[in-house]
Design a protein around this ligand. Sequence first.
Ligand SMILES: NC(=O)c1ccc[n+]([C@@H]2O[C@H](COP(=O)([O-])OP(=O)(O)OC[C@H]3O[C@@H](n4cnc5c(N)ncnc54)[C@H](OP(=O)(O)O)[C@@H]3O)[C@@H](O)[C@H]2O)c1
Length: 400
Amino acid sequence: MKRLAILGSTGSIGCQTLDIVRRLPDRLQVVALAANHNVEGLAQQVIEFGVQHVCIGGDREAFTALQERIGRHTIAHHGLDGLCELSSLPEVDLVVVAVAGAIGIAPTHAAIKAGKPIALASKEVLVAAGEPTMKLARQQNVPIFPIDSEHSAIFQCLQGAHHNPIERIYLTASGGPFRQTPLDEMEKAGPAQALKHPTWNMGGLVTINSATLMNKGLEIIEASWLFGVDSDEVEVVIHPQSIIHSMIRFADGSVLAQLGLPDMRLPIQYALLHPDRVDSDLPRLDVANMSSLTFEPPDLERFQAVNLARKAMKIGGTAPAVMNAANEQAVAVFLSEKIPFGAIIQLIYQTMERHEPVTPTFENIMKADAWARDQVVRLLDRGRQAIEEPNNAAYRYSLT
Ligand SMILES: NC(=O)c1ccc[n+]([C@@H]2O[C@H](COP(=O)([O-])OP(=O)(O)OC[C@H]3O[C@@H](n4cnc5c(N)ncnc54)[C@H](OP(=O)(O)O)[C@@H]3O)[C@@H](O)[C@H]2O)c1
């Protein structure tokens, strides 16, 4: 029996993790849950799974409302400190980090310091804080099991082959909703169009990241830290069917791939139960009736986020943290319908241009994160008119 703390339990990954727990009651038990604002959803989960600890990130009112909703047998925690407390509880065997965004860094570090293995969905943790997180995990000898489908695929292909040199990693991407949309139309698009993902059903931030292809940019950085490869050795391939979740080419030229339906429950289950594979009754891939699997290179002129992420990784220091925070802030502004789709990347780029990278200690990363979010707000205030015209030549740039 493995006892879990699930941070971000009301989100897309969190709910799917709970679905796996429901299917495998003899193997998995939930002892702690955390969310941000969704008091009702969280309270229902607390009651269904009878958890001992719960944390809410929102304001004090949310905390009070949650306390009123749950029984006296559950201890309520609050805010970032509460997330860190949940991560290091003695009764927790594995911490599932599935909060959206860089908020996951501190609880991940708290869990590692307490010697808890991590099942990591929040890619922002390694993007913003790859160096200190991996260093800490090595020092504490704590494993990090990837949940992201691409990284799970690579991790699965590496089983029994960790000693073999990787020549190349191919990260597959569906291409998102704008793969074939005329450029002008894409740049002016709003949230309704950008949230229509062709194959995956995910939370707001990650769905927009898939539309800009920032998701792949973040994943290049994540893969680089997780598997110890140079970011230049991680290539993005558009694969619209989302059946092959990623591939590795080894030093002998052999390519290994992992296939599955686009269903996050499979990589989640693998991360929870590694190294075991057990029958959980999930839908099966019907290989004989698969019509075709296609691949093409991404259009990096159209989707500049990939080069932006490579650039951030090359600059190093706090640059990836700034890129990530600027992205989160710009996506939030986009989702509130204040800027068009094309302005997201421009805001990130301009924020990065203004940043002086420093050594990525935990404190410096937190400062850089806050600075970048503030910078996006300032840029919007200063240049709103120009930014709202994505076709304005003065605001176009080249990242190649
Ligand atoms: N969805 C996918 O298929 C997928 C695939 C691969 C990787 N990922 C990664 O997994 C992470 C989660 O994605 P998602 O799609 O599950 O996101 P989501 O649906 O937006 O859910 C985010 C979860 O985090 C919680 N949360 C946010 N801020 C918090 C805070 N300050 N304190 C406590 N809880 C907080 C939310 O609570 P509320 O509900 O109360 O707001 C919610 O439970 C992201 O980093 C994403 O990139 C997702």
